[in-house]
Write a protein that binds this ligand. Structure first.
Ligand code: SF4
Ligand code: SF4
Ligand code: FES
Length: 322
């Protein structure tokens, strides 16, 4: 059985005892405090997750990961619930599949999840989610109406879609909240899970819930320090490097033409590991490995965005590098 990483524990204590339980009919033994999700992954059992990330504490908001536990009235979130002795867990019961289908279907019917990656597309199919039965997709792009933070049907015919224009108020990253599933990852990364800047939070309730700066001010007027840690954890492309956004707008973003090179950040003595994503000999974005014992995937503004100085301007062009 694969080792369970300490980051997946929820209580922070050193494991002293083992726990024996049953997952999908198989006997498993894991260190006490291991989450159901970690135990499943160690066994090679896939459980869909949207709001969970290895470098953040679980926040339990998406419910894509729910599993059935014998004797429990409600389905339980695998990402945060520790496996307990003699638990009998089912990851694919009819009730589980139905719940996941509804979660995925409602999310995909209200949010543009076209950049959420291949796993999401596979789960939609695997669980039989059919977002289209809630109506045709609301228009995107130039047709989006300026109703930030609001759901609303378009001409009464399309699905109630989180419909708002892309916010571009700085040169480092853009925010497209029509793609936001309110997973809280950005809020956690900006808050006490990494950055401790607390520039963003969830404002409003129900359909009005949205990610906001204090008093909804523009990002340059907020407490944001542009570390980009929120961008790195966003699962849907709602937060995106401006360099990636520009290439996508020009229909020139091509992951198959990109290479990733590890290097050490040149700016200070911490020496964070940087992953340089390069397309056509230009750095298009910078990440850090989530399993890195110093960064845990998080960086500061210099490591994350301070890469333009390596790009030599073409002959005759103005050199704006500082
Ligand atoms: S860039 Fe950093 S400081 Fe700004 S909102 Fe994102 S996580 Fe917070
Ligand atoms: S902007 Fe991204 S990371 Fe933040 S809540 Fe929305 S989907 Fe999650
Ligand atoms: S992944 Fe468990 S609640 Fe979202």
């Amino acid at each position: 059985m694969a080792a369970v990483r300490p980051m997946t524990r929820t209580d922070g204590a050193f494991p002293e005892r083992s726990v024996r339980a049953t997952i999908d009919g198989r006997a498993v033994t894991v260190p006490e405090g291991t989450t159901i999700l970690a135990a499943c992954r160690a066994e090679g059992t896939e459980v869909p997750t949207l709001c969970f990330l290895e470098n953040l504490a679980p926040v339990n908001v998406c419910r894509a990961c729910v599993v059935e536990v014998e004797g429990s009235r409600a389905l339980v979130p695998a990402c945060s619930r520790p496996l307990e002795a003699d638990m009998v867990v089912s990851t694919r019961s009819e009730r589980v599949d139905h719940s996941r289908r509804m979660v995925l279907e409602l999310l995909a019917s209200s949010v543009d999840m076209s950049l959420a990656g291949p796993d999401l597309e596979r789960w939609l199919e695997e669980y039989g989610a059919d977002p289209a039965r809630h109506g045709p997709l609301a228009p995107t792009g130039a047709d989006r109406q300026a109703r930030a933070g609001r759901h609303g049907s378009v001409a009464g015919e399309a699905r109630a879609t989180l419909d708002q224009p892309v916010t571009i108020d700085n040169e480092l990253y853009v925010r497209d909240y029509s793609r936001c599933i309110l997973c809280y990852k950005c809020v956690e990364a900006c808050g006490d899970q990494a950055q401790h800047t607390f520039a963003i939070a969830v404002a409003g309730r129900g359909f009005d819930a949205h990610i906001a700066t204090e008093f909804d001010v523009a990002l340059p007027d907020s407490a944001c320090v542009y570390c980009g840690n929120c961008v790195a954890v966003c699962p849907t492309g709602a937060l995106m490097f401006k360099s990636e956004y520009d290439l996508r707008q020009a229909d020139d973003w091509d992951a198959s033409r990109q290479t990733v090179t590890d290097t050490i950040c040149p700016y200070c003595g911490v020496g964070c590991t940087l992953e340089l994503h390069v397309q056509d000999n230009r750095i298009v974005k910078v990440t850090s490995p989530m399993d890195h014992e110093v960064t845990h995937g998080h960086l500061c503004v210099k490591g994350r965005f301070g890469f333009d100085f390596v790009h030599v301007p073409p002959p005759g062009a103005e050199d704006t590098r500082r």
